[in-house]
Design a protein around this ligand. Structure first.
Ligand code: AHG
Ligand code: MN
Ligand code: MN
Ligand code: MN
Length: 331
């Protein structure tokens, strides 16, 4: 939007949030505080990620999470940091995390928001020094303020999100988020401990040269996915797959392209979780002029089931490419 373009690059996150608060009616200051709390936790996790090899925080916990995955130490550490920052910040009454089966009540019973979070995405990449990320999704609660949070707070559907974004612990650490008025990107300056506005108004190209998926699953993909991928190869698109969703998504946001996590024989609903991966990344991509579908259906229009950790296939990126895939899926 023209407003965000008016905001000079180099503004701090703090000044940016203050300026946006002044511009938008929604801004009651609580959502701004929530974004600050997430940025703070991101700074703390960034420090731990950057020194993981030195602080014996790499490797597995030797336990499995509700996903049946081997929890990495940094999965658990990041989870603790985000829960603590959101609890101390006071604005979130409850949190849904990939790493906890049940909703976490923060004790902020007057908090007006709930946060669904993937505290560390791509955690299989921690020990091999590949970029990883955090993904978050924010809703206004529907449960009574002053009372306990309820599952329904998290099951409002993707179009009820008031904000969503991610932190990419990459060659530089970036915070990218939307509150429904476009997508802004901030780059972390380690020496100052501040996020600075570096990308005021991110838009994904309608076309793009990249497709990103784990082709090791080729023989377990549905026919429509193989058909689509063949057309990508006939057009000599470039294959780029880090195996870390936030890194792949962020690259495609700038180059244009499509990321695919299709259904497979073992995972008929795909691997990625709707509430803290699919919905937030779908909200962001639509705000950046792209698209996200589960196949024939638009991600943000999928009605959630009662399963807080439900999975959904994810095809996300440049509108033209996602539309092509959606058309093949709908045949
Ligand atoms: P998480 O680490 O939060 O469990 O998510 C990992 C996801 C995503 O980051 C990545 O694209 C995908 O898992 C990789 O899965 P495959 O190894 O099956 O390709
Ligand atoms: Mn995981
Ligand atoms: Mn994840
Ligand atoms: Mn995760």
């Amino acid at each position: 939007t023209e407003n965000s373009l008016a905001t000079p690059v180099g503004t701090t996150l703090e000044r940016y949030i203050k300026r946006k608060e002044a511009e938008f009616a929604y801004a009651t200051g609580e959502l701004s505080q929530l974004l600050r709390d997430i940025a703070l936790a991101g700074k703390i996790v960034n420090r731990e990620v950057n020194r993981a090899g030195l602080s014996r925080i790499t490797g597995a916990m030797g336990e499995k999470n509700v996903q049946g995955e081997n929890q990495q130490k940094l999965d658990v550490e990041a989870n603790i940091r985000f829960i603590r920052a959101l609890t101390n910040g006071g604005e979130a009454c409850a949190i849904l995390s990939e790493e906890d089966e049940h909703i976490i009540e923060t004790g902020n019973t007057n908090g007006k928001y709930v946060v669904a979070i993937d505290p560390l995405d791509g955690s299989s990449n921690i020990d091999v020094n590949i970029s990883i990320g955090t993904i978050f999704s924010i809703y206004r609660r529907v449960s009574r303020i002053g009372g306990p949070a309820r599952k329904e707070d998290f099951l409002q559907g993707g179009r009820s999100q008031v904000a969503a974004g991610y932190i990419l612990y990459g060659s530089s650490t970036m915070l990218v988020y939307t509150t429904g008025h476009g997508v802004a990107g901030f780059t972390y300056e380690n020496s100052l401990g501040e996020f600075f506005l570096s990308h005021p108004d991110i838009k994904i190209p309608r076309q793009g040269p990249v497709f990103s998926c784990n082709e090791g699953n080729w023989f377990d993909y549905p026919e429509f996915v193989r058909t689509f991928l063949m057309t990508c190869k006939e057009r000599r698109l470039t294959a780029r797959y880090v195996g870390s969703l936030v890194a792949d998504y962020h690259r495609n946001l700038f180059t244009g392209g499509i990321y695919l996590y299709p259904p497979t024989v073992q995972k008929p609903e795909g691997k990625l979780r709707l509430l803290y991966e699919g919905y937030p990344l779908a909200f962001l991509i639509e705000q950046a002029g792209g698209m996200a579908v589960t196949g024939a259906d638009v991600v943000l229009d999928v009605h959630p089931t009662a399963d807080l950790h439900q999975r959904a296939p994810l095809f996300v990126g440049s509108a033209d490419l996602v539309e092509e895939l959606q058309a093949v899926a709908a045949q």
